[in-house]
Design a protein around this ligand. Sequence first.
Ligand SMILES: Nc1ncnc2c1ncn2[C@@H]1O[C@H](COP(=O)(O)OP(=O)(O)O)[C@@H](O)[C@H]1O
Ligand SMILES: [Mg+2]
Length: 327
Amino acid sequence: MAVEYAIKINNIIKKYKIKQRAIKSRYFNAIDDVSLSIEKGEIFGLLGTNGAGKTTLIKIMAGLLEADGGTGKVLKYDLYKEHKKIRAKVSLVAPTADVGTDNNLTVKQNLEFWAVVYNLDKNLRAQRIDELLLFLDLKEYEDFWPMSISAGMRQRLAIARSLLVKNPILFLDEPTVKLDAKGAKAVRNFIKKINKDLGITIILTTHFIFEAEELCDRVAIMDKGKIISCDTINNLRKRLKKYDLLEIECSSIPKDIIDQISKWDYIVKCTYNNNLLNIESLKVEVSIFEVLKLLRQQDLEIYSVRTKEASLESVFISTLNNGRNSI
Ligand SMILES: Nc1ncnc2c1ncn2[C@@H]1O[C@H](COP(=O)(O)OP(=O)(O)O)[C@@H](O)[C@H]1O
Ligand SMILES: [Mg+2]
């Protein structure tokens, strides 16, 4: 069966003015030649550090911001000519979504208010709101003031609002960023449920790799406006987990020895702190022997040697820090 795309964009560019005191305006590419295809029914993650371009890209895909170059379709609509139609078919929960919650209205009254704003059929409103309160486990809090429920529940209220209109695509911009671990976990569970039970295509941004690991079918890693990798979590893990950690507890090591190790071909990183030599190596089985040999030659005392598998999180950060062009 042919793949059905919810979104397909090609070579998208977005320029922003550099904010600085200058006589001449200068621009930079906040989105720099990005192409992406997102299948219907996917949970797709945009992963990257602050300023990578995630929010800008989802605003473009949601029809809220016009790109300066490239082409694209969201559902069957053209990114430029039919952005109003796109806006009517997608929902977006921004990190500031909570701002749209009126603290002088109860949880349910908030949804009633937005149902009017969204022009929901009068006869359907009550039923739809009830469905969503139940779906997002907010029913027993329907008469609570928003200030008296947890941040996680308020985020669920913002998500409920975005689901009032039955749109096939939902953008979630950093859906768990302001939440504690418990609230974030609950929101992640609901994201899965929205995708599975309602069949909604979800595009979310996050800077937590574990969140992407838990939720997403596929992930695009963004850095400085570019996509440096786009793949399934499993394939990404295979490619990212190219190196392991070697931890050697030993007596004080001269700096030139650390510099020497750092220069070896298969060493990604070598640091020494509090008697602990930490090495990220692409070939940990070779590094053990080579490093131990060198340390012995220096007459250094070795107290313990351990190898560890690097977490996906640390590999991801190290990859970005090392400025590799592609993963
Ligand atoms: N309206 C704007 N005007 C100028 N620069 C902007 C604007 N919005 C975002 N930027 C810049 O564009 C880059 C990407 O921002 P953003 O898309 O918000 O990244 P992310 O969501 O990944 O943190 C950043 O350098 C940011 O400072
Ligand atoms: Mg952002």
